[in-house]
Structures are given as C-alpha cells and as structure tokens.
Design a protein around this ligand. Structure first.
Ligand code: GDP
Length: 304
C-alpha cells in the first residue's frame, strides 16, 4: 500500500545519483519532493513538516560520511527518520510477570478489532501461549457471535456473556465492564496466560464509548491497550487516534487492512502524533494474516 509513496521517493533519490556533493539547492529540491510525496500519500501536515525539517537539517548539516555518496546519505537519513516515525525499535508485547497478560483492544467499529482478536490469539497460541478471547462488545448486534466464529477459526476459546452460546459463563446483566472482569477471572481460574478483550466501537468517536472503554480499562488494568486503526481511513486517522489516545491512553497501535490499496500515509502519522509505537499489522481477512510490526523493515520496504 505504500507503493506510490515508494515510487515517488525512489524517483526523488534517483535525481541525486552521480552528484559528488549536494548543494543547498539540491537539498531544498529533494526535501520539497519528499514533502510532496508524503502529502500526496496522506501523511498529516504537522508530521510532514517535522519530518522534512529534520531531514533538511541532517542533510545539510555535518553528517557526512566518507563511505556514502550524497544520494545514499539522504536515503539513509530518510530511512532513519521513517523508522523513528514508525516507533523506532520493534515493540514487543509487555507480558505480565505474574498472572495472565491482559490485552484490551479499542478502536472504531469496523476497524478490524474482532478479526484482530482472533489473529492475535492464534499468533500467541503458536508461540506456546494459552490465550482466551473475551467478548466485551455488547453494543453491536452479533458482535459476540462474530467473536465466537473468529475464536473457532483461530482455535482459541471465547468467554462470552450470553446464554445459549458456547460460553462457559452467562452474564445476565449485559454489562461490558462486568463481562471483562468475569472474563479475566475465568482466565485466571482456567490458567490462561493471555486474555484478549474485545470492546465496543462506534462509527465515530463518542464520549459514551470512550467512557465505557475507560471503565473496562480501569476494571481490568490491562498490560496493553491496543488501538486498532483501519489503514484505509485516510486523514481521519490522526483525529481518531488523538481522541482514543486521550480517551484510553493506549499503549500500542495495530494497523489493520494493510493489504488494501490505501495511500497509507495517514497510518504513518498515527505513531508520530500520539507518540505510541506501531505493534502489529493486520494484512487480510484470514486469521493468519498478522505480522509483528518492525519499524526498520517497514521503513526499508517503503524505501525499497
Ligand atoms: P470491528 O468492528 O472493529 O470488530 O471490525 P471487524 O473485525 O468486524 O472487521 C470489519 C471488517 O473488516 C470485516 O469485514 C473484516 O473481515 C474486515 N477486516 C478486518 N481486518 C482486515 C484486514 O486486515 N484486511 C482486510 N482486507 N479486511 C479486514
């Protein structure tokens, strides 16, 4: 999905090839091209500004290496800055030292939370963990059933609140906070070492949703709150991410639908504006379509 951005940057760098030294005009022209490529890829304006300012400063500054020609040097700087925007080092799940690791998912409706819950469960199970999914989305009709279907595909058990389902527990109150608590209690009792809690989303950010997510978070004190964002939503990504960051203070970002043909730049902006790392990429509708996010590899992929 970063194809167009990749192509634009590649052709910008091509213009620098064969140059023995970069004049200030060369640097200016290059930075201008990079700025245009990023804006066309939907990267948020303040992020572009900061990014290009820092590239300009480094490219004109004292950072000269004997081993690299000017074009290679600019590519190296852009690569490092991109990696920084994407969160720097690979950020792994913060596992609990004792008791189950609790991972809560938050995000807009349709962002891919439920699908990701199954993917993450399967991914963790493949690493020898014993996860359980908890259906705390009681807002959307069928959300509980959907999580059960996802869990079945992933081969991961689901704690669900409704009677008459494959649930091991029935919660007559239909209170998502209580469901989350009961889910964690069940995980402890059944010796699951990871609990993945799916929560309700809305079509847009609203305060009631945020309060509910916060109440769930405060009730179960998760080790990770992962904000799932659809890579296709364009410039809205930044405002949505800021609202969730303020609302639930998430700890990491999951970029979903990375298999789509979105321009992708808005997704690049999310880690930068929130200061929270990208942790996973969700790359398809299949339960196996999950990748741990490696900022260095993603930056290289963009600059490939
Ligand atoms: P939720 O409302 O946040 O729980 O979102 P869902 O998990 O129900 O996903 C919404 C829609 O997006 C469903 O039709 C999913 O099949 C689809 N979806 C989820 N993740 C991905 C992905 O990584 N790639 C693609 N192409 N589709 C996805």
């Amino acid at each position: 999905m970063f194809n167009s951005l990749s192509d634009r940057l590649a052709s910008t760098f091509k213009n620098l090839r064969g140059k023995g030294r970069l004049s200030e005009a060369d640097v200016d022209a290059t930075v201008r091209e990079i700025r245009r490529a990023l804006l066309d890829a939907d990267v948020a304006v303040p992020v572009v500004r900061e990014f290009t300012a820092s590239i300009k400063e480094r490219a004109t500054g004292s950072e000269v290496s004997e081993a690299l020609n000017p074009a290679q040097q600019v590519v190296k700087i852009v690569n490092e800055e991109l990696q920084g925007i994407l969160g720097g080092e690979t950020r792994r799940i913060n596992m609990a030292k004792t008791g189950p690791t609790i991972i809560m998912l938050a995000g807009l409706q349709g962002s891919g939370k439920t699908t990701f819950a199954g993917k993450l469960g399967k991914w963790l199970a493949a690493q020898g963990h014993k996860p359980i999914l908890v259906a705390s989305d009681l807002q959307r009709p069928n959300a509980v059933t959907q999580l059960q279907v996802v869990g079945e595909r992933a081969g991961v058990p689901v704690f669900a609140p409704h009677p008459g389902t494959t649930s091991e527990f029935d919660d007559p109150t239909g209170d998502p906070v209580q469901v989350a608590r009961d889910g964690v209690a069940t995980a402890r009792a059944k010796l699951h070492d990871v609990v993945i809690v799916d929560t309700a989303g809305r079509l847009g950010v609203d305060q009631e949703l945020m309060k509910q997510a916060r109440d769930i978070r405060d009730a179960i004190v998760p080790n990770e709150v992962l904000f799932v964002i659809d890579a296709m939503i364009g410039q809205d990504a930044v405002n949505t991410a800021l609202a969730f960051n303020e609302g639930v203070d998430f700890t990491g970002v999951v970029l979903s639908k990375l298999d789509g043909d979105a321009r992708g730049g808005a997704a690049l902006s999310v880690a930068s504006v929130t200061g929270k790392p990208m942790m996973f990429a969700s790359t398809g509708e299949n339960v196996a379509d999950i990748e741990q996010f490696h900022p260095d590899r993603m930056a290289s992929r963009i600059l490939d």
